[in-house]
Design a protein around this ligand. Structure first.
Ligand code: 3HC
Ligand code: NAI
Length: 693
């Protein structure tokens, strides 16, 4: 054993085993260990072939991302992969679990690949703002053809062993005894003394595309159109395309340059931050491996409206049976139609197979009979946002739900502690705040009420994982974390509108920053009446938005909001009526409207988010700065490439953030007065995104 890499022989086959838990990442020690084992094997004459395998739960899951912030150390990964490929004896990669990123690149450097049927393979670097940097963009196209490789590398999608075998990425798929099978495979190759297969020398699968790249280019253009300002997918396309115009050596040289550029870039730093943020968010104080989880087999959702339907689909898609309960027959009919059409469209677009759609549909049932909650292990309430109604529903649940059932509310703003008082079992009450559309949006704010039991929290976080959601645990506050920040930002939108900016100018600043839509267009899309109702209930005012609602302008659903919409169109058109209304509101308040520059608008959209984040962290409503980043990236469209409000603040420099907040507060705007935590962190040189309360 040297470092984490051991060597043993089985007959005349050498077995190299990497053992670097939890995911066998290619740390410096692992790279050095593999190189040292190859040296030892090269010096022996009792070995004819080599198997490279891993201990633990998975094959190598990639480069060690934690090392990316430090200067690279030899042996560099691309050199190690080249070394494997040029080795004089046949090497077989034995793959179980997931062979990802640098792990798959190591396997591609091996001459043959054998995998368990449960294994999955992929090059997910693009999700970290990178491209495969150890020959993956050059070897994968030679293994599976350039078009399949392009799709895998640009989307980062993992493929199952069976598909990988069909595509030519694997030589054999076995059901069990992976190591024994791989050793048998290696021994057979050695015995036959067949020429060793080296992917870098195999151009056959590139040739058709080199002659006629039109189909490849068509696919590449589609992928580039979806890149949305991200550098990594563009670099991935370039690198794969290079296999058609360059030889292996040139292509690999360019791959290394592109990798180095991306790794240093702000976008990848932000995406790497989000990767670790997701893992950190799973760690919640008071919950550990000892905390049990409740057994959840049946789920009931109360309220078959917008959210209830989406939540039901989220469960059914994950293979969990769910009953939607709503006393309103029409609501249930609408929900049934929405769910059916949703699955049908997904199947038509090839996102799921028709079988999967069929199966999901059979998992959703509907009823008007409330007493059916008695069957459920988890009940999620998604009725109208009204405290009296919610308390009545929870009192009914107290009577009908089985003992030990988890009672969750999807409330956006209401006080969970007060809702819990309607039951005799406040320890079972928790918030599961899904985002609309709930079957699509990845964020789940898990709201911990004062008395929520640890095993209830642990179960709900586990359920979030099963649904493929990013669960972030938050505390009690009006609007919890995400909506509370949204409220702070929207107050500033009101000020901007009154002081001189037009909705289209505000939205242009937001989209230029990287949001898919601006706040005014989003308001129109989701319905301005939702915020209006919430403000009224909380005694808050938004002069422009309130005035629009008072005139029946609720957004797209009424054809008018901040913008106007032509019949059947969702395109926001500037509306002179809105502009006149805003001018009037400004005049009433003695505000002299003036032009506001783009840069100032952008600052005033982003700084309030950062400032409110700091207040939220000080109050302990969020546990960490990185949790806030996850919430805004996964729930509110904050650009992933900027890492979230807290990470973005750090990249701007907290000194700068404080100075700009002071600048805007100087104009008499109290909301932008820097939060004490920001000043404190700026002075001590610490980062908001690394803050843990
Ligand atoms: N480097 C460093 N740490 C890693 C890591 C990596 N590549 N992959 C996972 N980890 C860590 C996680 O941070 C976590 O640490 P923690 O316990 O301290 O929080 C631990 O390993 C377990 O990870 P998960 O909680 O994610 O475990 P799962 O079992 O849910 O998932 C996985 C396992 C599918 C392997 C998932 O971790 C994953 O997707 N990892 C990243 C894979 C990846 O992106 N690889 C490419 C890396 S870049 C690269 O290879 C560049 C090359 O081309 C040059
Ligand atoms: P909705 O108005 O679309 O649906 C509410 C449904 O509840 C209706 O179908 C109604 O018939 C039903 N209902 C009323 N009383 C009921 C009862 N006693 N038992 C069972 N069903 C009952 O509302 P929406 O938008 O789905 O919101 C539901 C909850 O989700 C609210 O608390 C809201 O704040 C929250 N939420 C809404 C989001 C959104 O974007 N719409 C996002 C996140 C949370």
């Amino acid at each position: 054993m040297s470092g984490n890499v051991s060597l043993e022989t089985r007959g005349r086959v050498a077995l190299i085993t990497v053992d670097n838990p939890p995911v066998n990442a290619l740390s410096h020690a692992v790279r050095a260990g593999i190189a040292a084992r190859l040296d030892e094997i090269a010096a022996r004459d009792d070995v004819d072939a080599v198997v490279l395998a891993c201990a633990g739960r998975t094959f190598i899951a990639g480069a060690d991302i934690r090392e990316f912030n430090a200067p690279p150390r030899e042996p560099h990964l691309p050199d190690l992969v080249d070394r494997l490929e040029s080795f004089k004896l046949p090497i077989v990669a034995a793959i179980h679990g997931t062979a990802l990123g640098g792990g798959l690149e190591i396997a591609l450097g091996c001459h043959y690949r054998v995998a368990l049927s449960s294994a999955r393979l992929g090059l997910p670097e693009v999700k970290l703002g990178l491209l495969p940097g150890a020959g993956g963009t050059q070897r994968l196209p030679r293994a599976v053809g350039p078009e399949t490789a392009l799709e895998m590398i640009v989307t980062g999608r993992m493929i199952a062993a069976k598909e990988a075998h069909g595509a030519g990425l694997l030589d054999a798929v076995v059901e069990d005894d992976l190591i024994a099978e791989a050793i048998g495979f290696a021994a057979a190759r050695a015995e036959r003394n067949a020429p060793i297969r080296r992917l870098s020398k195999m151009d056959e699968k590139l040739e058709a595309c080199r002659r006629d790249p039109s189909s490849f280019e068509g696919k590449a253009q589609k992928m580039l159109a979806r890149a949305k300002g991200l550098d990594a997918p563009v670099a991935c396309v370039e690198a794969v395309r290079n296999t058609l115009t360059m030889d292996f050596v040139q292509g690999q040289k360019r791959e290394r340059e592109l990798f180095a550029q991306l790794k240093q870039g702000e976008q990848s730093k932000a995406q790497r931050h989000l990767f670790f943020a997701e893992r950190k968010a799973q760690k919640v104080p008071g919950i550990d491996r000892q905390t049990g989880e409740r057994d959840i087999r049946k789920i009931a959702v109360l309220g078959a409206g917008t959210m209830g339907s989406g939540i039901a689909m989220a469960f059914a898609s994950a293979g969990l049976p769910v009953v939607l309960i709503d006393p309103d027959d029409k609501a249930r009919e609408r929900a049934r139609a929405t769910i059916e059409s949703n699955y049908q469209k997904s199947a038509e677009r090839g996102r799921i197979t028709p079988d999967m759609a069929e199966r999901a549909l059979t998992l959703v049932s509907m009823t008007g009979d409330f007493t059916q909650v008695a069957e459920a292990d988890l009940v999620i309430e998604a009725v109208f946002e009204d405290m009296a109604l919610k308390k009545k529903v929870f009192a009914d649940l107290d009577r009908h739900a089985k003992e030990g059932a988890i009672l969750a509310s999807n409330t956006s703003y209401l006080d969970l502690d007060e809702i819990a008082t309607a039951t005799s079992r406040p320890r079972d009450v928790v918030g599961m705040h899904f985002f609309s559309p709930a079957n699509v949006m990845r964020l789940l704010e898990v709201v911990r009420a004062t008395q929520t039991a640890p095993d209830v929290l642990a179960t709900v976080i586990g359920i979030g994982r099963k649904l493929g959601k990013v669960s972030v645990t938050v505390g009690l506050a009006y609007g919890f974390v995400g909506n509370r920040m949204l409220l702070a930002r929207n107050m500033e939108v009101e000020n901007l509108l009154l002081e001189g900016a037009r909705p289209q100018e505000i939205d242009a600043a937001a989209t230029e920053f990287g949001f898919a839509m601006g706040p005014c267009a989003v308001g129109d899309l989701s319905g301005l009446d939702i915020g209006w109702r919430a403000r009224k209930a909380a005694g808050l005012k938004g002069p422009v938005a309130d005035a629009l609602c008072e005139r029946g302008r609720f957004g797209q659903k009424t054809g008018q909001g901040y913008y106007r919409y032509e019949d059947g169109s969702r395109t926001p058109l500037p509306d002179p009526e809105t502009e006149a209304l805003i001018d009037e509101l400004a005049a009433e308040r003695g505000i002299t409207r003036r032009p506001i520059e783009r840069q100032a608008i952008t600052e005033r959209l982003i700084l309030p988010l950062i400032n409110e984040a700091a207040h939220i962290l000080t109050e302990g409503v969020a546990l960490r700065g990185s949790d806030i980043d996850l919430i805004w990236v996964n729930g509110y469209g904050f650009p992933r490439a900027k890492g979230g409000p807290a990470f973005h603040a750090d990249q701007l420099g907290l000194d700068h953030v404080v100075a700009r907040l002071e600048h805007h507060a100087g104009g008499g705007n109290e909301r932008t007065k820097p939060a004490p935590l920001l000043t404190e962190l700026a002075q001590s040189g610490k980062r908001l995104s690394e803050y843990e309360g």
